[in-house]
Structures are given as C-alpha cells and as structure tokens.
Design a protein around this ligand. Structure first.
Ligand SMILES: Nc1ncnc2c1ncn2[C@@H]1O[C@H](COP(=O)(O)OP(=O)(O)O)[C@@H](O)[C@H]1O
Ligand SMILES: [Mg+2]
Length: 372
C-alpha cells in the first residue's frame, strides 16, 4: 500500500511563499502528474514528499502515518531526477544494483532483481556499460531501473524526460505507462509539459504560483477546466479566450465577442444559466476544434475572414477575424483555401466554456448543441 496525503502544506523560502495550503491525496497505485509552469512549486512539493525538503506547516502522510519525522531513506520512496544522476564510475548493472547494497540480500537475489528490472526496461544488453557510453534515453532507463529495483512503495519523478529529445520522450512515455501498469507503484510525476501530463496521468494536479488550481482526470481538466488558467494551460493550440456579452433574441441568445462584431447564435437557455450563475463580466473560452467553419453561407454561421493559415499536416489551424477579435479554428487540411478568404463560422455551444472575468473561475455552464 502507498497512499500519499498532503494536507495544508505550506512552504516559504525566506519571504517567498512557494507552496500555499496545498491539499492533495494520491491514491494507492495511482499515477498523478503535478503540472504547472516553471517556478510554480512542483519540485519543492515533490521534494517535501520525498523528505528532501522540510515544510513550514501542514502534514504529509504515507499510508495514514505522518512522515515528516522520517529521514528520506526511511520513507520507502524512490526519486528520479531530471538529470540522470548516475554514478559515472559504475556500470549500468552496478548503478541499478546500488540501492540494494545496504540490504543483506544475496548476490544471486540482487542479480535476479537487476536483471528483471533491466528486462522490463529493455536494457539487458547495456548492463556492462558505463554511463558515458550510454545515450540519453538509455541513461534515463538506467536511472528509472535504479529507482524501481527496490520495489518502492512510491515513485517520485521530477521531469525525468526533460533532457530527452522529442522523439525519445514519446517512446519513454509509452514505456513509463507500461512500467506503471506492471509495477503498480504509486507515482507522482512532475512536468511542465501538458501533453506528457495528459498522456501519462490517471489524474492531473495543476499548480500555478504555489496554488493548486484543479485536480482531475485528463478528461476533466481538458473538458471541464475549473478556471482560465487551467483552460489555457491545457490543450494545444491554446483555447481561444475573449470577453463576451450576451443578449436575448427571441428563441435564441446572441453572443458577441467585442463591440460591433457579428454575434454568434447560442441556445436561449444561456441567458438563464448566466443569470443563475450571477456572472459579473463574462469571458468565453473555446478550443480551436469547437470553432466550426463552413465554406458556404450556412444558417447560424457568421461571415468571417481568414487572417492566417497554419498547416499542421493532419489539420490546419486558421486564424479567423471576427470583428476586432482573432479566433483560431481547427479545420480539415486545406479546407480554407487562402488568407483573406471569406468563410462562415459558428461557436459550438457544447464546446464553449464560460468564465467570470473577475474571479477567472468557470461558471460551470454546460450547453448542449441545438438545445433551447
Ligand atoms: N532552495 C531554494 N531557495 C530559495 N528559493 C527556492 C529554492 N528552491 C526553489 N525556490 C523557489 O521556489 C519557487 C518554486 O520552485 P520549484 O519548486 O523548483 O518550482 P518548479 O519545480 O515548479 O519549477 C521558485 O520561485 C524558486 O525560485
Ligand atoms: Mg522543477
């Protein structure tokens, strides 16, 4: 068992308030990714769990027991750093076996464990080599092997793929996922890369400036972002965000982005939802895939101009000029023929997010396309 509970964790570095009342439970066998921009406090949080950093207040519990008094070595937790931190004078075999040195295990048992880990990481053929003779991805495999060999209750990884190139990162992602399925150790993984977070996590905990913004499954944080920060941090290209005003118009609502722009049609119920949510000023968010584009004039669509076309192979990202506002849409490759083309666009109500401009919190309004 390894359930990790962080309760009201606070940390100062001098006068700088780095972790602000952080509460998070990582369930037994769960893979939780701490995601956030550089400097938001991810490493500090992870180091606190590992026992490498003291906190100023709050509790850290592993399997229900407070661990602040325990030394790092007594927490049965393995830590993988961004920089591989291998012993340069030891072979891959000796590096992986290193954590077992202090145990009284027989040579045969150590060897069996090292070989099993090396097999699952597909580095058996590299065991005789020193780190200097290994490629980046293989060094990282050795570092992970060293962390796994003790079969720790929990694995903490701090941007373990940060130093690898894009293609290797993708390979290692798949491998880490498989390893987690095999080992089932509770894992906390730190990254600033939202793609990595989405692909690896059972749940993602998103931080900004020491404050936990939202904890949820990849589906939650992508489709139901709790605030503007999460909405814009998760997803690529980023979600379109714009100030908006809404008014009733017969059997529908009309939503305009800025003054003078042709308004988009929304279900009539939007007005009621906004009034129920007691919204102040309104900001809407919509991902490029929620901006629907038509080459021909279509009922419910408004005329817009293509300002920029970014071909990405599988699809295009097209910047549309809606009044003074630019809105990015995702279209089939080549669908909008050229810059300056007139096309028609619509915001899919089911994919539109509504935020309170002042608090930046989501108003949690969910519309169903076509509903009234
Ligand atoms: N040992 C330290 N002394 C002083 N400030 C630190 C120390 N470690 C981190 N910080 C500061 O704490 C904040 C959070 O850092 P960190 O946890 O490393 O962020 P992240 O891992 O999310 O990039 C940053 O502002 C960083 O400059
Ligand atoms: Mg860090």
């Amino acid at each position: 068992m390894a359930e990790i509970i962080l309760r009201d964790i606070e940390k100062y570095f001098g006068a700088v308030y780095v972790i602000r009342k952080l509460n998070l439970t990582i369930k037994h066998r769960e893979f939780v990714v701490l995601l956030g921009p550089s400097g938001c406090g991810k490493t500090t949080t992870l180091r606190a769990v590992a026992g490498l950093e003291d906190v100023d207040s709050g509790d850290i519990l592993i399997d229900g027991k407070p661990v602040q008094q325990l030394e790092a070595g007594d927490r049965d937790i393995a830590f993988v750093f961004q920089l591989f931190a291998l012993y340069p004078h030891l072979t891959a075999y000796e590096n992986i076996a290193f954590p077992l040195r202090a145990t009284s295990e027989s040579k045969a048992s150590v060897e069996a464990k090292v070989r099993a880990v090396a097999k699952s990481l597909q580095i058996e053929h590299l065991l005789g080599k020193r780190p200097s003779a290994l490629a980046g991805g293989d060094m990282q495999r050795v570092a992970i092997g060293r962390a796994l060999v003790r079969r720790p209750k929990a694995m903490l990884m701090d941007e373990p793929m940060g130093a690898l190139d894009a293609k290797l990162r993708e390979e290692m992602r798949t491998e880490l996922k498989r390893l987690h399925l095999e080992n089932e150790s509770t894992t906390v993984y730190v990254t600033h890369d939202q793609v990595e977070a989405m692909s690896l996590a059972d749940r993602i905990a998103i931080m900004n400036e020491g404050v936990l913004q939202q904890v949820g499954t990849p589906d939650d944080v992508y489709h139901r972002p709790a605030n503007l920060f999460v909405a814009q941090f998760v997803g690529s290209p980023v979600m379109n965000i714009a100030a908006a005003n809404v008014k009733a118009d017969g059997s529908r609502s009309l939503l305009a982005l800025g003054k003078g722009a042709a308004p988009f049609e929304f279900p009539k119920s939007l007005i009621r939802h906004l009034s129920d949510a007691k919204a102040n000023d309104l900001t809407v968010g919509i991902r490029p895939e929620g901006v629907l584009v038509s080459q021909t004039e279509t009922a419910g669509y408004v005329p817009v101009t293509a300002h920029l076309i970014e071909p990405l192979g599988a699809y295009d990202i097209v910047d549309l000029k809606v009044g003074a506002q630019l809105v990015r849409a995702r279209t089939a490759s080549g669908y909008v023929s050229k810059v300056g083309a007139r096309v028609w666009a619509r915001l899919d109500p089911a994919q539109t997010h509504f935020f309170d401009t002042r608090t930046t919190d989501s108003l949690r309004i969910r519309l169903v396309d076509g509903a009234h």
